[in-house]
Design a protein around this ligand. Structure first.
Ligand code: EPU
Length: 334
């Protein structure tokens, strides 16, 4: 029987899928995989856009639990169920004075989705602390571990979005977090430095860094519970340096981040902002007024409106800069 996806996606669009199955244990996950074909796997649905009714079943990952693994005098391993909320894990780590994920405070979503797109913010990615992931082979139900290198983590990318798409389901993650006094703070990101100095903090703790990140995110990024969204809608495009040098002649203030000798990254938020989209509404959907990389939903039930706005943005950025924006959210459409 068809079911609404409304409560399972942070855009709060209201499309139907063929069925929805909760997996709170490994056994429930295995049973759901045996019962259905070609499922869509969701955590909190915080990085997806449904733009139509989709004739596929959904399995919602909800396996909980945080356990301690191996340790040394410098680090502690933690093994976390894929269904744990990511930010709750960050708070748990801070309470235990374990470091390495404080810059990733307040990122929406569940832990199982974190390696999938190698979540990152303010100079840190989960790749920096991930040790391995536990997976289930969807077809056989077999469980095993994949090392970090086997996950082929890249910028908002991993093997789970490519070769292993639809094949392996992440059931747990293992992180190696630092113990005091071996924390390595990453406060090089301009916004964090400013936030800390505004508060007069010169020797920050991991909790201070987390608080600074939370303050920055709350000032720019809309809370999905109050204003439905899926974070950055597009990835920051990576372009050849020679193309960037050409563009810079005409747009002298275009920012960039170094990637390699051959390519650099340009902030998509800047491109979208400069193309005039910041704060623009199109019917019930719009571009967030504080961060142009985020599309917000003021009440549309049909995700197609969001998809249409995103296409208009892509077209206008391409016309102005000759740069293609690729979506960061996973799209489900007809
Ligand atoms: N900018 C503008 N106008 C805007 C937005 C941004 O000019 O409307 C400029 C900013 O002034 C800055 C640059 O673009 O020079 C970068 O902006 P920001 O620091 O806000 O970061 P971002 O590159 O837009 C990325 C991630 C975010 C992450 C932040 C902080 C991607 C796709 N997004 O955004 O991740 O929180 O860096 O590290 O890489 C997410 O993935 O959902 C997400 C929110």
């Amino acid at each position: 029987m068809a079911q609404s996806i409304r409560d399972y996606n942070t855009f709060r669009v209201d499309h139907e899928v063929s069925s929805i199955h909760q997996a709170t244990t490994i056994e429930e996950l295995r049973a759901a995989c045996e019962a259905v074909d070609n499922p869509i796997i969701l955590g909190d649905g915080s990085n997806v856009l449904f733009a139509a009714d989709i004739d596929r079943p959904v399995i919602v990952i909800d396996m909980k639990g945080i356990t301690l693994g191996d340790e040394s005098d410098r680090w502690q391993e933690v093994i976390v169920g894929a269904g744990e909320n990511w930010h709750d894990l960050v708070l748990w780590a801070l309470d235990h004075d374990l470091g390495g994920i404080e810059n990733l405070s307040l990122i929406p979503g569940k832990c199982g989705a974190a390696p999938m797109q190698n979540i990152g913010a303010y100079g840190v990615e989960i790749a920096d602390t991930l040790w391995s992931v536990g997976v289930m082979d969807r077809m056989t139900g077999a469980l095993f571990n994949l090392s970090k290198s086997a996950c082929k983590l890249g910028y908002r990318d991993s093997i789970f979005k490519n070769e292993y798409k639809g094949q392996y389901i992440i059931t747990s993650i293992k992180l190696r977090l630092t113990k005091a006094p071996h924390h390595k703070l990453n406060i090089s990101y301009g916004d964090i430095k400013k936030q800390l100095s505004d508060q007069g903090i010169s020797e920050p703790t991991i909790k201070d860094v987390s608080k600074a990140v939370i303050a920055i995110r709350e000032s720019k990024l809309p809370d999905p519970k109050k204003l439905p969204n899926a974070g950055s809608f597009f990835k920051n495009p990576v372009i050849p340096i020679h193309q960037y040098d050409e563009l810079k002649k005409k747009h002298s203030d275009m920012p960039s981040y170094p990637v390699s000798d051959a390519v650099c990254k340009v902030p998509a938020g800047w491109l979208i902002d400069q193309a005039g989209w910041k704060g623009v509404m199109l019917g019930e959907v719009g571009v967030h007024a504080q961060q142009a990389l985020v599309i917000v939903n003021h009440g549309a039930k049909d995700g197609k409106q969001i998809l249409e706005l995103s296409k208009m943005i892509q077209k206008s950025v391409f016309e102005k800069y000759g740069i293609n924006l690729n979506t960061e959210v996973n799209l489900f459409r007809k």
